[in-house]
Design a protein. Sequence first.
Length: 172
Amino acid sequence: MQRAAAERTLAHQAHHDDLTGLYNRRHIVARIDQAMLALHRGDLAEVTVMLCDLDGFKPVNDRYGHQAGDLVLQAVALRLSAAVGRNGAVGRLGGDEFVIVQCDGEPLADRIAALIREPIEVTGGTVRIGASIGAATARTGDDADRETLIARADAAMYAVKARPATPAAAAA
């Protein structure tokens, strides 16, 4: 029984980020590959990849400390997971960067950005952060692969970051 529990723990650790409980980079990339394969087989109509980079996160760490930063990352992880639901998957790439994979769903980038802007309680106060989100969608018949889709989402995210106004979401 202990061995089975240890194996389950190791399997979970191999696929999940320790801090947030989200999928790790290796697992979320595999999920994108699975979704793209389903798209190319015709099992899905579209696959959307969103890259999300938190805006205003560094000042939280600088002012309140890394424990507060960890609380913010955990709160963001919960909000992302709730927004995506069962039609997608959320992973943490590292630091304050996240990736969302959505299959055959309604656009979520604006909803996610709004959820992230909601106040977050940390020791010592309440913080607000934003998010720059770039989205890229592949549809049936599109010959895009994972790398292409991620590159499109990355370009869209940096286009959002380059805007002088309040960060929002962009699609490619």
